[in-house]
Design a protein around this ligand. Structure first.
Ligand code: PDD
Length: 280
């Protein structure tokens, strides 16, 4: 693969970042994941808006204009011959030259790396027909989940727990209510109403979430933005998640309780179709 490091396109085995990089030592960085379908970048503008917000919240310098980000995305797709897959980008506070809790001077250049992952047939994931199973775990993350930081150890631990319990993913629970999945937003459907947690510092403001809720409202579906419990989810007609890499993915089991008889339901199926149609 050819990857991008601070303005250069280099073979992945020649890419270098300092051992003192704040991203490496302190998880002091933010990231974005943009899907690619048929060579097209999905929801690119939305991801750029969120990237700039994450950077501003942490006072990390934005290394590129939106236009330059777009050029770099396209260049990586071309150089790696990607038609279906994703582009990962990460911006960290850079290399202060030593380890220190104090931020380095504001003129320290941020570190920007980008790479692609090929995922042939991404839009036709077989799991979309059968659905995921999820388990509930306590949400032990920090209090600014709206910033898309690279501090992903707890979500990774939760994913491992899900795998150990034979499930596909974990839904994280705080004060009795679901926040989100390890790397996706969580939804239930009851009597035709789509229910998902409202935006706050408690969850990531999903770009796919924004698009899917817009399409749902345009299709005259009812949407309620509020927290829900695992029990309410287990009694729902349907459940699903959204993310840039999974689009809309049905959930058919939560902690051993089948949802909607354990079968993928019509609302999740329809929203997935609409999302993919509108994005392509
Ligand atoms: N994850 N919530 C969390 C905690 C996430 O990490 C993500 C994205 C989402 C969905 O956001 P979006 O629709 O903008 O992708 C919600 C990415 C895909 C990842 O970490 O790979």
């Amino acid at each position: 693969r050819t990857v991008y490091v601070n303005g250069d396109y280099v073979p992945e085995d020649q890419a270098q970042v300092s051992v003192f990089d704040r991203g490496f030592l302190m998880a002091d960085g933010v990231y974005e994941v943009v899907s690619v379908l048929g060579g097209k970048l999905i929801d690119f503008d939305g991801h750029m808006v969120r990237l700039k917000r994450s950077l501003a919240e942490l006072s990390i310098t934005n290394p590129l204009t939106d236009e330059a980000f777009l050029t770099a995305h396209r260049e990586l797709l071309t150089r790696n011959a990607i038609t279906d897959g994703l582009v990962y980008l990460q911006v960290t506070r850079g290399n202060p030259g030593d380890r220190d809790f104090v931020y380095p001077p504001a003129d320290t250049p941020p570190t920007l790396i980008m790479f692609t992952q090929a995922k042939p047939g991404l839009a036709d994931a077989p799991a979309a027909k059968t659905g995921w199973s999820v388990v509930s775990v306590e949400d032990l993350r920090w209090g600014r989940r709206d910033i898309k930081t690279v501090q992903l150890l707890y979500p990774s631990m939760a994913k491992m727990e899900a795998r150990a319990r034979g499930a596909d993913d974990a839904w994280m629970v705080e004060d009795g209510h679901v926040t989100e999945g390890t790397s996706n937003n969580a939804y239930i459907v009851k009597n035709g109403t789509i229910i998902t947690r409202q935006l706050s510092h408690d969850i990531l403001h999903g770009i796919t979430r924004a698009a899917v809720l817009r399409f749902a409202r345009e299709a005259q579906m009812k949407v309620e933005e509020r927290p829900f419990t695992i029990t309410e989810a287990q009694e729902a007609d349907e459940a699903f998640i959204t993310s840039a890499s999974s689009f809309v993915m049905p959930v058919v089991r939560i902690d051993d309780a089948p949802i909607g008889g354990g079968k993928v339901g019509p609302v999740a199926t329809r929203l997935r179709e609409i999302y993919l149609e509108e994005s392509l």
